[in-house]
Write a protein that binds this ligand. Structure first.
Ligand SMILES: NC(=O)c1ccc[n+]([C@@H]2O[C@H](COP(=O)([O-])OP(=O)(O)OC[C@H]3O[C@@H](n4cnc5c(N)ncnc54)[C@H](O)[C@@H]3O)[C@@H](O)[C@H]2O)c1
Length: 334
């Protein structure tokens, strides 16, 4: 059975470790090992989960029990660590962002191809049950033509030091708006950022993405004191609209309400019906990891593969450039 190692067991990586432990108990994966450069962190978690821990990931490179790894170290280290594991013959799931440089993302795709490795990027919200249900309904035509997408991630917390809010949060909207529209890139995007405490790290960003008929608006911030955490997606379609509270993966709200026009001009609002679609609860991260294991076993490339990860990095870099120069950026951008 698939032996797994988790590299990096910080804030997010400890969730990977916990999920693999659950999947081990369910008989989905075999041995699970964890590694973190921080000794006390790894020893506490390995004791809590009852699994082997270590501080140097190089010990796992030629460990024959381990066939695949999750890499959840700081984003700037993803390239180096993923490269070493793929060259050592392991399949990799890298948390988003895949890398923090376009060239590095391209190089990882090349190494994966050269070595016949599964390369998956942790765009977790693609595995969110409500997002998947929404995508199914969009593709089936239930919402009509997508007109507007609004993504909001607001919280009040200490800003990260290793990346700004666009790499940390906005990347989800950049990826999801493409996923929902079925397009690789918008035609162009325009971003604006606020830097209150550091020139390197933006704490707030707005991003406008123009997909032609469909428009995407993202608002991301770590500095909104009135809310604990807000994670929301609104999609307005020509037939129906949808609302997802990402913190409730078991719920998709649909609104059968539209603006009726007369002679091409807005006339009145017609409200037919609102409904809550209840979905079986599933943790998005667990769904992501299940998908990874299934791809490792079947040698399929995952839905969020290297090229998806690369495009997200390209869009983040374009948004950062747009904010810097104060102008819209058109695609292709590289
Ligand atoms: N998909 C998502 O929704 C999601 C959510 C949160 C974070 N993330 C991503 O996960 C990654 C980690 O974020 P985090 O918030 O957990 O950061 P973190 O700083 O809390 O954890 C990173 C961990 O990596 C360890 N580490 C650093 N270098 C290492 C090395 N060479 N070998 C082994 N361990 C090493 C650190 O000691 C630390 O424990 C980031 O890339 C972030 O963008 C993704």
């Amino acid at each position: 059975m698939t032996g797994i190692a988790v590299i990096g067991t910080g804030q997010w990586g400890k969730n990977h470790a916990r999920v693999y432990k659950e999947l081990q108990q369910e008989g989905v994966v075999g041995v699970v090992k964890i590694c973190d450069a921080n000794e006390s962190r790894v020893s506490e978690l390995s004791e809590a989960l009852g699994i082997e821990g270590m501080t140097d990931y190089r010990q796992i490179l030629d460990d024959r029990e381990i066939v695949a790894v999750s890499i959840i170290t700081p984003s700037k280290t993803h390239y180096q660590i993923a490269r070493e594991f793929m060259q050592a013959g392991k399949d990799v799931l890298i948390e988003k962002p895949m890398t923090m440089a376009i060239d590095e993302a391209k190089e990882l795709i090349r190494i994966a191809q050269q070595n016949g490795r599964v390369l998956m990027v942790g765009h977790t919200f693609r595995y969110h049950p409500a997002v998947r249900e929404l995508k199914r309904r969009i593709d089936g035509g239930a919402l009509g033509e997508i007109q507007t997408m609004i993504g909001t991630r607001q919280t009040f917390g200490v800003p990260r030091k290793d990346m700004g809010v666009i790499y940390a949060l906005g990347i989800h909207e950049l990826d999801l708006f493409c996923y929902l529209t079925g397009l690789d890139y918008p035609e162009n995007l325009l971003a604006a950022t606020s830097h209150t405490y550091s020139q390197e790290v933006e704490e707030t960003a707005v991003i406008f993405m123009d997909f032609g008929r469909a428009k995407g608006y993202a608002f991301e911030s770590w500095l909104v004191p009135v809310l604990d955490k807000k994670r929301e997606l609104v999609v307005v379609g020509s037939k129906m609209s949808a609302l997802i509270d990402y913190l409730k993966p078991e719920e998709l709200r649909l609104f059968d309400v539209r603006l009726v026009t007369h002679d091409g001009l807005p006339a009145y609002i017609e409200n037919k019906d609102n409904q809550v679609v209840s979905l079986p609860y599933a943790e998005p991260l667990k769904e992501e990891i299940r998908c990874f294991i299934s791809c490792v076993n079947s040698r399929r490339q995952p839905p969020s593969d290297g090229p998806v990860g690369l495009r997200a990095v390209v869009m983040v870099e374009a948004a950062l450039e747009s904010a810097k120069i104060g102008k819209a950026i058109s695609f292709p951008f590289e």
